[in-house]
Design a protein around this ligand. Structure first.
Ligand SMILES: *Cc1c(COP(=O)(O)O)cnc(C)c1O
Length: 384
């Protein structure tokens, strides 16, 4: 057979980001929220690997004006694109970052009186006001002031100069798995919120729920914001939430190309440590992506990719730059054709959840593990 190839100007491995699907997801989320509830778009970790620039830009075009990031550095990147928006830092801020968060007007999450006092001193010295949220630990055991110790901090804040007390929030540890524990956390949080004097409370942003926030949300005050992350990027909502009815579309597809096709005899061991031995003569292909691009080694001998509209199995260990697949059932395969690792192609598909079941990871992790080496290609860009 002649050496047939498929040429194109596609890279070796890439992620396609469908901004039109993203925009439809935003619309569905907005429509599901009660009118008094603000949509805080979580865009940490480079917008879950989708590329924070285009993602924030599209959110702004859709009228979203509040963002949440992990840290000062990410906040600064978002500030550059969104000069007017409120930007919440979800994680701890280090003392040496105080100056930059103040300059960027980022909303800092405060977990104790020492942080509050130090930030207040800095803000006063700089003759500025730093917006702050108090994080309450209601049982996640991570950020925040332990709920039973929150009151002194809440009373201290309004007495400190240079701080603009803007909100209180908590985070659920088991929103997608335990209604009971989530309700315990919610009741602990509400007990704290109720102790804030009404005059102060009425101007606070009060938020607890992420994409999986259970409760059916009660739709009532005092909650007036939600922090939406993974749902925006198209992962299905959790049953029993205010988002239950919406069906978001996946935004990201992950693809690479076939770099070589060859036939190997029965008995040939494949890849590092010979974890797979061919039991018959087999036509194999090399996909030009590996764990250096974001395919976990846990997916070795387990994952399936889509090639020419057919699902084909991964053979042997995933390596840094290449992954071997069995293309015996795909006679039309040629060097250069795309292989889909996550997403749809020619009527066949692999969902992120399925990819994660092979890779031993969670959806958030799979998305943020697609590495820098993988360029993001955007569909649905809008010319302004
Ligand atoms: C990441 C994060 C979120 C968003 O969670 P999703 O499950 O992706 O919606 C919300 N709140 C906090 C504190 C977070 O760290």
């Amino acid at each position: 057979m002649a050496y047939e190839t498929f040429t194109s100007n596609l890279p070796r491995a890439w992620a396609e980001i469908d901004l039109s699907a993203f925009e439809r997801n935003i619309g569905k989320i907005k429509a599901a929220l009660p009118p008094h509830v603000r949509y805080i778009a979580v865009v940490k970790a480079d917008a879950y690997g989708h590329g924070v620039g285009h993602i924030v830009e599209r959110l702004l075009q859709c009228g979203i004006d509040a963002f949440a990031v992990a840290n000062a550095r990410e906040g600064s990147d978002v500030r550059y694109i969104a000069p007017q928006s409120e930007i919440f830092i979800l994680g701890p801020t280090l003392p040496e970052e105080f100056e930059s968060v103040a300059a960027d007007k980022l909303t800092v999450a405060i977990s104790n009186a020492d942080e509050a006092r130090a930030l207040s001193r800095l803000a006063e010295a700089k003759k500025t006001r730093v917006p702050v949220n108090v994080k309450i630990d209601t049982g996640m055991g991570r950020m925040g002031v332990w709920h039973e110790e929150a009151l002194p901090l809440l009373e201290l804040l309004p007495t400190l100069g240079g701080l603009d007390f803007r909100g209180v929030f908590t985070h659920f540890s088991s929103a997608d798995s335990s209604r009971e524990y989530t309700e315990l956390q919610r009741s602990r949080f509400l007990a704290v919120v109720e102790k804030i004097p009404p005059k102060i409370r009425e101007r606070l942003t009060i938020h607890a729920d992420n994409s999986a926030g259970l409760e059916t949300f009660s739709r009532k005050k005092p909650f007036n914001a939600v922090r939406v992350g993974i749902l925006q990027y198209g992962l299905p909502p959790v049953a029993g939430t205010i988002f239950e009815e919406i069906s978001p579309e996946p935004v990201l597809s992950f693809r690479a190309r076939i770099g070589l096709v060859k036939t190997l005899p029965a008995g040939t061991p494949l890849s590092y440590n010979r974890t797979k031995v061919l039991d018959k003569e087999t036509r194999i292909a090399l996909v030009t992506a590996g764990y250096g691009d974001g395919i976990p080694t846990a997916a070795s001998n387990k994952a399936e990719f889509v090639v020419c509209g057919k699902r084909v199995p991964v053979l042997g260990r995933v390596t840094m730059d290449q992954t071997i697949i069995d293309v015996s059932g795909v006679p039309e395969v040629r060097v250069g054709v795309p292989a889909t690792i996550i997403g749809k192609s020619d009527g066949a598909s692999v969902s992120i959840e399925e990819f994660c079941s092979w890779g031993g990871c969670i959806s958030w992790e799979a998305l943020v593990s697609i590495t820098k080496r993988v360029p993001r290609i955007y569909h649905g860009l809008r010319n302004l």
